[in-house]
Design a protein around this ligand. Structure first.
Ligand code: IPM
Ligand code: MN
Length: 368
């Protein structure tokens, strides 16, 4: 039987509760699909920082590299100044493990309420590929004349050609993987299908203002795109993208964008799919160790009450399975989640689901 080793960073607040449900579901999936796994817990997070003064051990990335993947609950503590844990754990691991893709599906599950009027599950089903280590997050910049009236602060959007190319290539491959000739993207026109297109990739940028960085992105997009004649290429400025995400989300299949734009538009995307209770993401290094997480925070006020929605963590677990090659199991978990949202839960919100956190995990297991 196949055996995997997962690192688990349950983290703070409700992190451990939702991770427990995700692991419960993964275990059931393993029984059905013939794999086993062991987990090693790393107790990094706000509690650990407050009691030891250590944000992350020096060799954290090295330790994680020994695993097949990492499942993360939530990092964040009301008693820790904002920025310390985010930068010191989340961003540091992304950089040190070179997790250059942040994969964020925006998918409305049946029965889940969306704030977008008249939009149905078939209208909201796309994936955002956010470049995850470059751009403004590189941390290049500085101050001059700090503390004076002439103080100047600079923070630069930095991209290397290689960073752009590997991200765009990943996105084309993903578009191709999501759709085939037998299962073309529903938004294609007859003309596109006649031309052999099966999927669509939208570059989200700002070529009209950021004329250096997005000139690079656009050139690479078109060069790499020549190798993917089956993928329809599209472009939208980031501001227009937010407009279409609200007005016409059905226009999107896969969106690729730079780091900060991706950070912003994926929070919007998460809201349109019913909020943080159901939004999952993966920090991916296609040739290394990847880390999967529910996007919502540690929700400290709900800690230990058994009311938090674990489905985002369950879906993060499914993404992790997909990443390690257990794609059938992953798809099955998604199907089970869709059944549970469509037929069981009253709401996605904490305390309003009609079930406790662990009962929701059980429901997903039962319907697997
Ligand atoms: C996210 C978060 C992080 C980011 C923060 C916590 C540093 O907002 O994962 O989207 O900006 O990437
Ligand atoms: Mn964010």
């Amino acid at each position: 039987m196949k055996h995997y080793n997962f690192a688990v960073i349950s983290g703070d607040g409700t992190g451990p509760e939702v991770v427990a449900e995700a692991l419960k579901v993964l275990e059931a999936a393993g029984k059905k699909y013939g794999f086993e796994f062991s987990t090693t817990e790393f107790n990094w997070g706000g509690e650990h920082y407050l009691s030891t003064g250590e944000v992350l051990p020096e060799d954290a990335a090295e330790q994680l590299k020994k695993f097949d993947a990492v499942l993360l609950g939530a990092i964040g503590h009301p008693k820790v100044k904002p920025g310390i844990l985010e930068k010191g754990i989340l961003l540091k691991l992304r950089f040190d493990l070179d997790q250059y893709i942040n994969l964020r599906p925006v998918k409305l599950f049946p029965g889940v309420e969306t704030p977008l009027a008249n939009k149905k599950p078939e209208d909201i089903d796309y994936v955002v590929v956010r470049e995850n280590v470059g751009g403004l997050y590189t941390g290049i910049g500085g101050f001059t004349m700090k503390g004076t009236a002439d103080e100047t602060a600079v923070q630069s959007m930095v991209y290397t050609r290689n960073q752009v190319e590997r991200c765009i290539r990943y996105s084309f491959d993903l578009a191709r993987k999501r759709h085939t000739k037998e299962n073309p993207w529903r938004g294609l026109k007859e003309k596109d299908i006649a031309e052999g297109k099966t999927a669509q990739l939208t570059l989200c940028g700002k070529t009209n203002v950021l004329t250096y960085v997005f000139d690079l992105w656009e050139r690479v997009f078109h060069e790499v795109g020549k190798e993917y004649p089956d993928v329809k290429m599209d472009y939208a400025h980031v501001d227009a993208t937010t407009m279409w995400m609200v007005k016409n989300p059905e226009w999107f299949d896969v969106i690729v964008t730079e780091n900060m734009f991706g950070d912003i538009i994926t929070d919007l995307g998460a809201m349109t799919q019913g909020g943080m209770g159901v939004a999952a993401g993966g920090n991916i290094n296609p040739n290394g160790v990847s880390m999967f997480e529910p996007i919502g925070g540690s929700a400290p006020k709900y800690t230990g009450m058994g009311v938090i929605n674990p489905l985002a963590a369950v879906l993060a677990g499914a993404m992790m399975l997909d990443y390690i090659g257990e794609d059938e199991a992953a798809a099955d978990i998604e199907k089970s989640v869709a059944f549970v949202t469509g037929n069981k839960l009253k709401s996605m919100a904490a305390g309003k689901m009609g079930y406790s956190t662990s009962e929701v995990g059980d429901l997903v297991v039962e319907n697997l």
